[in-house]
Design a protein around this ligand. Sequence first.
Ligand code: SAM
Length: 169
Amino acid sequence: MIIVLRLGHRRERDKRLSTHVGLTARAFGADKIVYSGEKDSSLLSSVKRVAKRWGGSFQVCYEKGWRNFLQKKKNEGFKVIHLTMYGEDFGKTIKKLKGDLLLVVGGPKVPGDLYGTADFNVSVGNQPHSEVAALALVLDRVVDWQHKKFPDAELEVKPCQKGKLIVKR
Ligand code: SAM
């Protein structure tokens, strides 16, 4: 199982970015997104709505106490991978990874203790960029997302060279 934990959501400023973190997690094969920071019901419902329309069993939830959540997952055997520009090259770490993963991405300021609690602090290059980009690249290495199925979708894209073709079920 792959869970993405997105820290430090701010209702007013991060709505779009946090939505994209959730949609990226889902599209590239994570099983669940957990938001922390400010509780934002409209964020949760908009990611849930997309997940329902486009199929699959992606879960969306909020955790106020991310430290307790992270420790609980560690106790269950999850490896905690913190994505940060200060970490070691993710390519090296990814090779060692097996089993359940908790991928943690930050927001405005990542609390310092996370660096110690995480099993691995990994970077996708050592330049500052975005949680969406970092997450997509890491998931690309750990999930065979091209073959992922999204059962019970209400909407499905039929790829075509020109225009848009969407099938409604
Ligand atoms: N200044 C923040 C801090 O204290 O770390 C970083 C904020 S950055 C805009 C938001 C998130 O994007 C980070 O917490 C991290 O998860 C992700 N991120 C940005 N650049 C990254 C990189 N080069 N490698 C891995 N993750 C990165």
